[in-house]
Design a binder for this molecule. Structure first.
Ligand code: ADP
Ligand code: MG
Length: 240
């Protein structure tokens, strides 16, 4: 589903991704962890080209990703993304937030878009919030709306960038539960998260990054019980 080969990215003089090689199979669930500034966000943002890499190849669902508008459209059609800050439109209701891209980007009829929107609101367990504005919802509910919104365009891959980092502790579980349900249903997922319980229960593979490199990867049981590098050991001692 995703193949990155020899991917390098610089911000000015600073190399933030160094020789990234990574393949993700259909239905696989990856968790990416690592210290702040290690390049986790940049890596997943390169997959849907919110950031452009300067060297190497990225292939998503058979399409080689580059900065051309045509390929951007094709690739982004297959990818949903959820950010730490929920990025909902504050002046639109939940339902309007969910319908926007469907109607204006995908050209769905309003009636169909509304049906899809209500379906995914159901799936994230907040059908009763359809007519509220984002500010009237809790953080956990807003993040579930953001997940539903990403799902409305029927992506094949979901990218999550620290989706629970901005949430109060009591709301983290409701978001992780929705992500776990998605995983169970077979979605291909890459999640940048420090929720190690989620990684243990849901991930097929954990990737540990440091200074722009993939330092270690393996099944969660292996990574958590027997990290190889000192950097991973240190990191785990700080998040657990
Ligand atoms: P992480 O998500 O692991 O915390 P990031 O991918 O956000 O790390 O950042 C990796 C490095 O790239 C950091 O040193 C960060 O300061 C730098 N960086 C990220 N985005 C930009 C940007 N738009 N311009 C310049 N430097 C950036
Ligand atoms: Mg980040």
């Amino acid at each position: 589903m995703i193949a990155m080969r020899g991917v390098n990215k610089w911000f000015g003089q600073m190399r933030v991704l160094a020789d990234i090689n990574l393949t993700v199979a259909e239905g696989e669930k990856l968790v990416i962890c690592g210290p702040s500034g290690s390049g986790k966000s940049t890596l997943i943002r390169c997959i849907n080209q919110l950031e452009h890499h300067q060297m190497g190849d990225i292939v998503v669902n058979g399409i080689k990703v580059d900065a051309e508008l045509k390929t951007l459209d094709l690739v982004r059609r297959d990818i949903g993304m959820v950010f730490q800050s929920f990025n909902l439109y504050p002046h639109m209701t939940v339902l309007q937030n969910l319908m926007l891209a469907q109607v204006w980007v995908q050209g769905r009829k309003r009636r169909d878009a509304e049906e899809v929107a209500r379906h995914y609101l159901d799936r994230v367990h907040i059908p009763e919030q359809a007519d509220k504005f984002p500010a009237q919802l809790s953080g956990g509910q807003q993040q579930r709306v953001a997940i539903a919104r990403a799902l409305c365009t029927k992506p094949k891959i979901m990218l999550f960038d620290e989706p629970t980092s901005a949430l109060d502790p009591e709301m983290i579980k409701e978001v992780l539960d929705v992500m776990t349900e998605l995983a169970t249903e077979g979605m291909t997922m890459i999640c940048v998260t420090h929720e190690m319980g989620f990684a243990r229960n849901v991930a097929n593979r954990v990737i540990f990054m440091d200074a722009g490199r993939i330092v270690e990867q393996g099944p969660p049981a292996e990574f958590f019980s027997n990290p190889q590098s000192d950097r991973a050991k240190l990191f785990l001692s700080q998040v657990r």
